[in-house]
Write a protein that binds this ligand. Structure first.
Ligand code: NDP
Ligand code: HSE
Length: 429
């Protein structure tokens, strides 16, 4: 057992960072035994130094994060500031000055993961970020290490706790979107500005990271098709219920059937109530991984929150410290397949389309013709009408997304179609 401690610099001491510091202190003996050396909190960088931080020695607190990562005696930098800058520059500087890095920063990893991995490799350091996707749930390491001998074909999951909480409330209580969002905010799930969650940016960053690791290729944030969930209505949930479905914001990463490309997308979708993801309630996350030899694997647990996220950070910290003591580095970036990312139009899926139409002879035939002209096969049609107007709900068989969206555009141009009330993909069957 080495007695000289490994030194850890903590960048950020907010929701996640304060829990990282707490666990480092309360579990110090266990961490020492598991790593083979003590770990010492050597500095804590924050924005507001005068804020009282329980359990943190005020002498460790600094606003000069750059000086902290440049000290030269730091073994591991834990970055839990978030955002792109200054986090990116601080991580790069840490690598240059001898430290490995553990981060929870999905926005940064999704945007600049490749460059950061390259810098880490150049300097012989580790870059770990288990906490960046689905909080406490072990997902990055299982994909990168446990499944390294298998071929992953699909990753399908709920990777944003805030939006799952909102959709679950809308489904279970009939609450409207704004009411459910207000409750999520009051309970501390949603950010003061919930845009990244409800518009799907947070889930898209996670999808980019997952797709890149699962398929050993490069998937950038811009490659991920993204739709938020702010337009999901109580009427959509009523429609979903009639089909034996519920609605979830899903991140879906797929290898094409011919193996020659991949897709990554985030959007609300109807899934059957019998699907395991349908029963993921409140702010929980769950991810399905389908691999050639392993079959279907499901990972489930808390996807957000200080302590759960800190658990993942601490797991990485232990791994990186062990690597450091063994004078080794863990698995780095793997993008050797160089598979192209196909556009959303090539994704094959099903649509649930709700139309307001004139209730008169020939309308159904006109609508059906538009579907046929776009090569989209109809699975079911349901019509309810009153006073010369009708609501028509069409569920399609599987077709390329481009054909489905072309169908909807053509439907909008029909005089007899008063409006397209909602369009939603149907997944998980
Ligand atoms: P917080 O906003 O709670 O904490 C951010 C911390 O960073 C604060 O301590 C803040 O200081 C500090 N900080 C901000 N800017 C600077 C700066 N320029 N220099 C030094 N310190 C700075 O964020 P979270 O803890 O919620 O999130 C941290 C990271 O973890 C993000 O990348 C997030 O995406 C990720 N994450 C968060 C999860 C969650 O449930 N919260 C779940 C999974 C990942 P001060 O305290 O003085 O304001
Ligand atoms: N805002 C994110 C969520 C935090 O709600 O899932 C975890 O990444």
């Amino acid at each position: 057992m080495r007695t000289r401690p490994l030194k850890v610099a903590l960048l950020g001491c907010g929701v996640v960072g304060s829990e990282v510091a707490r666990i480092m202190t309360t579990h110090a003996d266990d961490l020492t035994a598991r790593i083979g050396a003590p770990v010492e909190l050597a500095g804590v960088a924050v924005r507001r130094p005068s804020k009282v931080r329980a359990g943190i020695d005020p002498a460790l607190v600094t606003t000069d994060a750059t000086a902290l990562v440049k000290r030269g005696d730091i073994d591991v930098v834990v970055e839990v500031i978030g955002g792109i800058e200054p986090a990116r520059t601080l991580i790069t500087t840490a690598f240059e000055h001898g430290a490995s890095v553990v981060s929870a920063n999905k926005a940064l990893i999704a945007q600049d993961g490749a460059a950061l991995h390259a810098t880490a490799e150049q300097h012989g350091r580790d870059l770990y970020y288990e906490a960046a996707v689905a909080g406490a749930i072990p997902l990055i390491r299982p994909l990168r290490e446990s499944l390294a001998g298998d071929k992953v074909n699909r990753v399908l999951g709920i990777v944003n706790g805030t939006t799952n909480f909102i959709l679950d409330k809308m489904d279970s209580t009939g609450a409207g979107y704004q009411e459910a969002l207000d409750e999520a905010t009051a309970l501390g799930y949603a950010e003061a500005d919930p845009t990244a969650d409800v518009e799907g940016f947070d889930a898209a960053a996670k999808a980019a990271i997952l797709a890149g690791i699962a398929f050993h290729t490069r998937v950038r944030l811009d490659d991920v098709y993204r739709e938020g969930m702010a337009d999901v209505t109580a009427a959509d949930f009523a429609s979903a219920k009639r089909m034996g479905c519920t609605i979830k914001l899903l991140a879906i990463c797929e290898r094409a059937a011919d193996g020659g490309s991949v897709t990554a997308r985030v959007h609300p979708a109807m899934i059957p109530l019998s699907h395991p993801l349908a029963s993921v309630r409140e702010a929980y996350n769950a991810v399905f991984v389908e691999a050639e030899a392993a079959g279907q694997l499901m990972f489930y647990g808390p996807g957000a929150g200080g302590a759960p996220t800190a658990s993942a950070v601490l797991g990485d910290l232990v791994a990186v410290c062990r690597n450091k003591l063994g004078e080794a580095t863990g698995p780095g970036d793997s993008a050797y397949t160089q598979l192209p990312v196909s556009p959303m139009g090539e994704v094959v899926t099903r649509y649930h389309i709700s139309l307001d139409v004139a209730d008169k002879p020939g309308v159904l035939a006109q609508v059906a013709t538009v579907f046929a002209e776009h090569g989209v096969s109809i699975d079911t049609v349901r019509q309810t009408g009153k006073d010369g107007e009708a609501s028509l709900v069409v569920v399609t068989h599987r077709a390329p997304d481009a054909a489905l969206s072309g169908t909807v555009e053509a439907l909008r141009r029909l005089d007899t179609v008063r409006g397209v009330a909602s369009i939603m993909r149907v997944e998980g069957e």
